[in-house]
Design a protein around this ligand. Structure first.
Ligand code: URP
Ligand code: ZN
Ligand code: ZN
Length: 464
């Protein structure tokens, strides 16, 4: 099958030009003005942007968490992602404490295989790593799992101590792989939570008040220091606030290989959402919590000045009914996480490009290219170039939509609310190709399934 995308404005992290893109099979075969080729199908992209498919390096499909399972599985979640212009996700496989990481990987392969519509990779969440298990990390890397997430938060669940961090960091560095870090001092936060609950402070808004930004900053500082000594490239996930960003800047200024991701929720939502009527605030109970609004300017500046590397969603949806409601009597029982995989590209385009905060190249870099580079998928993914996978989004830069659970154009996630209900956005995904297959055509699902596991390369060589 061959496809010719004609007359579009091709944008990559560095390019901006009008050209035709010819796709032969799964890859881009030619790019040029007025290409004289025979194609099985021609797609007219006049007045449209032709973008590399979005890459969301932080999603949780079908994840057991907070006494329930995230509401999107790999089928619904990847279809929703595709509608929103994302053609690759990197999700998280989880090691059960005391068991083999390889076993955890098998479980996640089972969850995704045959269900995903877009391509996917896995980071491995490591929950313990005694010396005798360290060789597993090499095996994981050989299987294409070249990044690992560790948690300083959630004591008793996913938390690991500093010794485990150091052992794992060292091994990851040896293997030229990357560490992703949930950086928050969960031990101190748990003490703050205990005191709040004792005082009867159990409404959703106490989720934010018990997780001070300083405790995120402390986690970031500690993770950077340990990574520096262990010589491993570090990626801070879901960075939410100015305090934490300052620590990233300090680390980078002294030459530590640390990059960081933020998420739309920290760029567009704020702590006041927890003060909504009744239990409503539970919809935004996520970790880190939403912050005071002024932090958003600091994060945008971090994106502009390249102290922040990527924008991921941390898509971890739980229905308001029955799932968030598990915490009706205490915020400590509300499953942590919120939906967003479908809305990221439009939110960032509108809030970034339309509002004049970033240009089109930076938009592509933040939503696609940088993640491909950080996680060993570039140039197969993350750009429009001859030989790259034909993961392509045809994007209407003028189309306006109002995001909402009842707008069939903006909500395919299997969750009963939208975190961005009522947000008006300009810039919308129209047609999406995944490895040369049209999966979304003019906002309708055309092809379901066919997503493949991506064996990612090691990306940490530079530090050795
Ligand atoms: O609240 C969140 N972020 N839930 C997902 C798990 C995590 O910490 O990323
Ligand atoms: Zn996390
Ligand atoms: Zn997460």
């Amino acid at each position: 099958m061959s496809i010719l995308i004609k007359n579009g404005r091709v944008i990559t992290a560095v390019d901006d030009y009008y050209a035709d893109v010819f796709i032969d099979g799964e890859q881009i075969a030619q790019i040029g003005k007025n290409l004289n080729v025979q194609a099985d199908e021609v797609i007219d992209a006049t007045d449209r942007l032709v973008l590399p498919g979005g890459i969301d390096p932080h999603t949780h499909m079908d994840m057991p968490f907070g006494g329930t399972n995230s509401a999107d599985d790999f089928e619904s979640g990847t279809i929703a992602a595709a509608f929103g212009g994302t053609t690759t996700i990197v999700d998280f496989a989880i090691q059960t404490k005391g068991e083999s990481t390889m076993k955890g990987l098998d479980v996640w392969h089972e969850k995704a295989a045959g269900r995903a519509t877009i391509d996917y990779g896995f980071h491995m969440i490591i929950t313990d790593m005694p010396d005798e298990r360290l060789p597993e990390m090499r095996r994981l890397a050989d299987e294409g799992i070249t990044s690992y997430k560790l948690f300083m938060a959630y004591p008793g669940v996913l938390y690991v101590d500093d010794g485990t961090l150091y052992r794992t960091f060292r091994q990851a560095g040896e293997n030229t792989t990357r560490i992703s870090m949930h950086a928050e001092n969960g031990i101190v936060i748990d003490e703050i939570i205990k005191a709040a609950v004792k005082d009867g402070k159990v409404a959703p808004r106490w989720h934010a008040h018990t997780r001070p930004t300083r405790m995120e900053a402390e986690g970031v500082h500690r993770a950077i220091a340990i990574a520096e000594v262990a010589k491993v490239p570090l990626y801070i996930v879901h960075l939410s606030c100015s305090d934490a960003l300052e620590e990233v800047k300090r680390g980078r200024a002294r030459g530590v290989d640390v990059i960081a991701e933020t998420c739309p929720q920290y760029l567009f939502l704020d702590q006041s959402y927890y003060d909504k009527e009744g239990f409503e605030g539970a919809k935004w109970v996520m970790t880190p919590a939403l912050r005071e609004e002024w932090n958003q300017d600091a994060l945008w500046q971090g994106l502009q000045f390249r102290d922040l590397e990527t924008i991921a969603t941390d898509h971890c949806p739980f229905c308001f009914k029955e799932q968030k409601e598990l915490g009706l009597d205490s915020f400590t029982k509300i499953p942590n996480g919120a939906p967003g995989v479908e809305n990221r590209m439009s939110l960032v385009y509108n809030g970034g490009v339309v509002k004049g905060r970033i240009d089109l190249n930076r938009f592509v870099e933040l939503t696609s290219t940088a993640a491909a580079k950080a996680f060993g998928m570039f140039p197969k993914k993350g750009t429009i170039a001859v030989g790259s996978d034909a993961d392509i989004v045809i994007f209407d830069p003028e189309r306006k939509e109002t995001i909402g659970v009842n707008n069939p154009c903006t909500h395919h996630m299997k969750v009963d609310y939208s975190a961005y209900e009522g947000f008006e956005v300009q810039g919308f995904t129209e047609t999406v190709l995944s490895r040369g297959r049209v999966i979304i055509r003019k906002n309708s699902l055309e092809t379901k399934g066919g997503g493949q596991f991506i064996k990612r390369a090691c990306t940490g060589e530079l530090l050795r």
